[in-house]
Design a protein around this ligand. Sequence first.
Ligand code: BJW
Length: 227
Amino acid sequence: MRVVVLTGAGISAESGLPTFRDADGLWEGHDPMTVATPEAYDADPDLVQRFYDERRAALARVEPNAAHRALARLEEHLGDDLHLVTQNVDDLHERGGSRRVHHLHGRLRAAWCTACDARHEWTTTLADRPPCPACGSRGLRPDVVWFGEVPHDTHLVEQALLDCDLFVAIGTSGLVYPAAAFVHYALGCGADTLELNLEVPRVSDFAASHRGPATRTVPAWVEELVG
Ligand code: BJW
């Protein structure tokens, strides 16, 4: 059984990290979706850096939940036959025990130098414009993928989708591409498809949908598969 699991912000919601589109509020009066863009960064880099600095700091205050840990358990059973792909920039899958995670939209705990293209592990702030450890320039930004930028590992993930028997999407609204199209890749090669979400959308291309919080539905699904 070859399985591809795609996760979105909903899997980390019960750990205390807000999602994007069910947002229970604004960040300093801004819609998070308008801050997480190249246009916002060009217009006001300090504002965008502060947004990411706060989210990076928040990682120290949250813990992985039962859904993250269940996917680590699935990896123990399936080994290389599981491809875990996340749109999330948090590190809760890794801290929950998953060893191989494709971070499609990058990582909060990484910085990218726009001057020399070096990438660095980063746990502190960027708004104060620290020098790049490689070239000394002040061109560091969060190593995350904004609209119009190219997501990471797309070729590997597309290949895994073409080879899989089962594709499961967890806690994602399915509104952002290329992740939104993964279900069509999987269906196109005859894979089974399952969606686990707090709310099942009225229109869905998945063969099956289970409604409920990820901390309940994901452990139950993993237990069903490997238990
Ligand atoms: C629970 C729960 C609980 C809550 N339990 N569930 C027109 C057509 C097609 C495409 C395009 C188009 N115009 C433009 C595009 C492309 C564009 C795009 O998709 N735009 C759309 C808006 C239409 N995409 C891009 O530009 C991407 N790049 C690209 O396509 O490059 C071309 C290329 C591709 C491939 C190869 C080569 C080239 C880049 C997209 C970058 C997205 N970046 C962000 C920010 C990242 C940094 C950051 O975190 O700040 O990524 S935007 C934001 O949305 C973030 C998320 O990862 C992403 C998805 O959000 P997600 O995870 O689905 O969260 P929500 O909030 O939307 O949903 C939460 C869900 O959880 C809900 O369903 C809840 O019900 C559920 N939930 N609690 C279970 N407890």
